[in-house]
Design a protein around this ligand. Structure first.
Ligand SMILES: Nc1nc2c(c(=O)[nH]1)N[C@H]1C(S)=C(S)[C@@H](COP(=O)(O)O)O[C@H]1N2
Ligand SMILES: [Mo]
Length: 303
C-alpha cells in the first residue's frame, strides 16, 4: 500500500529558520569566494519584470532546504541525515540499454573523461518555491554521445541508488523506490541539460544528490533526480516516480508553466527562497530556448 505524502504548496510551508553556526558561516563565505573566481559559463537568466536580478542563493540555503525523500520528507531532513549515512565513494554508474558502448563507470572516470562546466541556473520546485544555484558538472550530451545510443533509443531513464541501509527513508513506502526519472532523447541532448557534480565549485553535498544528479532547469525540480546509479537508453517513455505516485498531479514532461496549474495550487507565481514578495513564474522557467522542443505538443495535456 502506497502512502502518499503529497508535496505541499509553498503557501502552506513555514520556511525553516536558518541558524548559522560560526563554522558554517565561514564555510559558506569560502564557497562564495571560490565561486567568484570561477567564470560563470552561462548566467542564463531572463530579465523578469521584477528588477531584482537572479542572485544565486547562499550555499547555506542551497544545502539546508532540500527535497530528498530517501532521507525524510521535511526540508531539513536531508541535510541532517544524508551526510551521515550516504557513502559516495566508491560510486559506480551503469550506462546501458539501447547503445553500442554500455559500461560500468567509476564516478571519477566518468567525470574525468568530460569537460567541466559551471552553470548558474534557476530551479523551480513544483511546490512553487525557487532558488538560484551555481552548479558545476558535465554536459549530459557528452555522456550520451560516449555511449553511442542506437537509433531506437528515444528516451533516457535515470535511477537513484536503492539501499535502505544508506537511505533510511526507503524503509517507508512514501514513494515507490528506487526514485526514477526520464527524459526524451532530444531533451537529454539539449545543451542546458547537465549532470551536476558540485555547487559553488565544491563537491556536491550528500543532501543535494551526491555524487551525481541531473539538472534540467526548464522543468520542475522533481525531474532533477539525485544520486544516480543507472542511465539507460529505452524505446518507450519511462515511468517517473512522482507520476507513479499521483498521475493526475505530476506528469512526464513537467515543464515549468505558469498557465497550467497543479490541481491543488496555482503555478502562476513562486516564492524565491530568501525573498518575501512572490514573483511571477516564467514559461519554461525563463529558458525559452527549449520552446522548439515542444512545438506541436499540447502542454496542457502533457503536463
Ligand atoms: N532521488 C531523489 N531525487 C530528487 C528528489 C527526491 O526526493 N529523491 N526530490 C526532487 C525534488 S522534488 C526537488 S525540488 C529537487 C531538490 O533539489 P535540491 O534539494 O538539491 O534543491 O530534487 C529532486 N530530486
Ligand atoms: Mo520539487
Amino acid at each position: 500500500m502506497l502512502i502518499k505524502k503529497p508535496e505541499i504548496p509553498s503557501s502552506e510551508i513555514t520556511p525553516e529558520p536558518l541558524y548559522l553556526n560560526r563554522r558554517q558561516f565561514i564555510g559558506a563565505a569560502a564557497g562564495a569566494v571560490a565561486a567568484a573566481s570561477v567564470p560563470t559559463a552561462l548566467m542564463a537568466c531572463a530579465p523578469g519584470e521584477d528588477e531584482q536580478a537572479d542572485k544565486p542563493n547562499s550555499y547555506e540555503d542551497i544545502t539546508t532546504y532540500n527535497n530528498f525523500y530517501e532521507f525524510g520528507t521535511d526540508k531539513s531532513d536531508p541535510a541532517r541525515n544524508a551526510p551521515r549515512t550516504l557513502r559516495t565513494t566508491p560510486w559506480t554508474v551503469e550506462i546501458g540499454g539501447l547503445c553500442d558502448r554500455p559500461g560500468r563507470y567509476a564516478f571519477n572516470d566518468l567525470v574525468r573523461a568530460n569537460r567541466v562546466i559551471d552553470r548558474t541556473y534557476r530551479m523551480r520546485c513544483v511546490e512553487a518555491w525557487s532558488m538560484v544555484i551555481p552548479w558545476r558538472g558535465i554536459q549530459l550530451r557528452d555522456v550520451i554521445n560516449q555511449a553511442r545510443p542506437r537509433p531506437g533509443a528515444r528516451f533516457v531513464e535515470f535511477t537513484t541508488l536503492h539501499d535502505p541501509a544508506q537511505m533510511p527513508g526507503q524503509r517507508r513506502e512514501v514513494l515507490d523506490w528506487p526514485y526514477l526519472e526520464g527524459l526524451r532523447m532530444d531533451e537529454a541532448m539539449h545543451p542546458l541539460s547537465m549532470l551536476a557534480t558540485g555547487i559553488y565549485g565544491r563537491p556536491l553535498p550528500a543532501q543535494n544528490g551526491a555524487p551525481l544528479r541531473l539538472v534540467v532547469p526548464w522543468k520542475y525540480g522533481f525531474k532533477n533526480i539525485k544520486s544516480i546509479v543507472r542511465i539507460r537508453f529505452v524505446d518507450r517513455q519511462p515511468r517517473n516516480t512522482w507520476q507513479i505516485s499521483a498521475p493526475g498531479e505530476y506528469g512526464f514532461y513537467a515543464n515549468v508553466n505558469p498557465q497550467v496549474d497543479h490541481p491543488r495550487w496555482s503555478q502562476a507565481r513562486e516564492r524565491r527562497i530568501g525573498e518575501w514578495r512572490r514573483r511571477p513564474t516564467l514559461m519554461f522557467n525563463g529558458y525559452s530556448e527549449v520552446a522548439s522542443l515542444y512545438s506541436g505538443l499540447d502542454l496542457r495535456r502533457n503536463f
